[in-house]
Design a protein around this ligand. Structure first.
Ligand SMILES: Cc1ncc(COP(=O)(O)O)c(C=O)c1O
Length: 419
């Protein structure tokens, strides 16, 4: 761990300090993070292009002091937000009756969807015991958190050898307490899209709530499909899907925090909202779980959607997939690395002969921040529309690390942990 510049920031200074000095220290602290060049394929992913970075900076500044909590009362903020919501419904193929709400991230979107499923089940599918949510082993950890907070039980079902949901096993896990089924499009640990149409069919047959977690894929799957990639159903065109989580702050290229939860019909809204009016300030109704939230990131989503348009998203997606192809080619030419077949912009690789934890450790020592998967142990990258030089230097470092692990000169092990 590297040491930062010495500040007394743990203690509120007795006297205020000059902003230029404070800014300098803040920037020095930021520089302790992964360098932007080395982080482009992992920690600084979903940035898009330099032009988009400028758009985000400037759009955020326009609404820097606005609270999106108040957007329904303020004409400008309301229009920005409602235009983003309409564009999102269209991108996710939600149809005229679908409703999108803006949230602060995939975790909040998932929480809102699972909360709505629970409320819906109380009316439409009462359970004898604790309501259960069935999801593939590969589903995001946010579902465990949501179920914990909501007093529900999570049932994770092993995935198939190709790392996609095992529909038969999920069917076998249904009990009288089951209220919802989840599929990812794609999941984070493997980049695979679950067989959403089959899961939705199962949900329809058993009168269950079907949620698609498209936090990663919501704003890339539609363009991949248009570019000719074969994907299983992944959006509201699939009958039986009631809700979707989709992150504007991932492949939507908005600034964080900005995500969406979408319901297939206005009728389901009543299971989403938690209106409060028994306190001194009268009616209190928010669009998600949180109260205050930044209008600045919503403004970046609005601006990026306008600046890119369909053509811009198609071009960026094509460039991400070109990066992915170059990475896969290069990685598979080193040692015995093999990449996982998946449906996303993500690259995962492992080795039969080299200890992957040591490979990950070697890359971390070189200043990278390697996302790692534990089961099986793999290194994960997110393909970005980067210059070929970024890919070349990554591959050069990886080759040297692989050689070092093979000849025993690299021994430190590491893995990026989410704790
Ligand atoms: C598939 C998936 N779902 C949900 C999330 C949670 O999103 P957030 O970190 O924005 O809360 C992530 C984050 O990577 C994800 O990949």
């Amino acid at each position: 761990m590297r040491e930062g510049p010495k500040t007394d920031a743990r203690v509120l200074p007795a006297d205020g300090q000059e902003w230029p000095l404070v800014r300098e220290r803040l920037q020095a602290l930021r520089d302790l993070d992964v360098s932007p060049e080395l982080g482009r394929l992992n920690i600084y992913c979903h940035q898009g292009t330099e032009q988009l970075a400028t758009v985000r900076d400037e759009a955020a500044r326009v609404f820097a002091h606005s609270n999106a909590f108040l957007s329904k009362y303020l004409d400008g903020s309301r229009q920005v937000e409602s235009e983003v919501r309409r564009m999102v419904v269209e991108i996710l193929r939600g149809g005229p009756d679908a409703q999108t709400f803006l949230t602060t991230g995939g975790t909040e979107s998932i929480f809102c969807a699972i909360h709505a499923a629970r409320e819906w089940s109380r009316v439409e599918r009462p359970t004898p015991g604790v309501p259960e949510v069935i999801l593939p082993y590969s589903g995001h950890a946010a579902f465990d958190k949501a179920c914990h907070y909501l007093g529900m039980k999570i049932v994770r079902v092993p995935v198939r050898p190709d790392y996609r949901a095992d529909v038969a096993a999920m069917a076998a896990a249904i009990t009288p307490n089951t209220v919802a089924i989840v599929g990812s499009a794609p999941c984070w640990p493997y980049g695979t899209i679950d067989p959403i149409p089959d899961l939705a069919k199962l949900a329809l047959e058993h009168n269950l709530w079907m949620h698609i977690d498209a936090c990663v894929g919501g704003f890339v799957n539609p363009w991949l499909e248009r570019l000719g990639y074969e994907l299983p159903g992944f959006d509201f065109r699939v009958p039986g899907v009631r809700s979707m989580s989709a992150d504007l702050h991932k492949h939507g290229y908005a600034a964080k925090p900005c995500s969406t939860v979408t319901f297939s019909s206005r009728e389901l809204e009543r299971y989403h909202f938690v209106p409060v009016d028994n306190w001194p300030d009268g009616e209190y109704k928010t669009t998600g779980f949180v109260g205050s939230r930044p209008m600045s990131s919503v403004a970046t989503a609005w601006a990026v959607l306008q600046v890119l348009g369909e053509q811009g998203y198609l071009d960026l997606t094509r460039r991400c997939m070109e990066t992915k192809a170059a990475l896969v080619r290069g990685i598979e030419s080193i040692a015995d690395f093999r990449c996982l077949d998946n449906d996303s912009t993500m690259v995962y690789f492992r080795s039969e002969s080299l200890d992957m934890l040591t490979v990950i450790g070697g890359m971390a020592d070189r200043g990278y921040f390697p996302f790692g998967v534990f089961n099986p142990v793999m290194l994960q990258l997110v393909a970005e529309p980067v210059e070929p030089a970024v890919i070349d230097s990554y591959l050069r470092d990886l080759r040297q690390v692989a050689d070092g692990v093979a000849d025993g000169t690299i021994t430190s092990t590491s893995i990026a942990r989410y704790s």
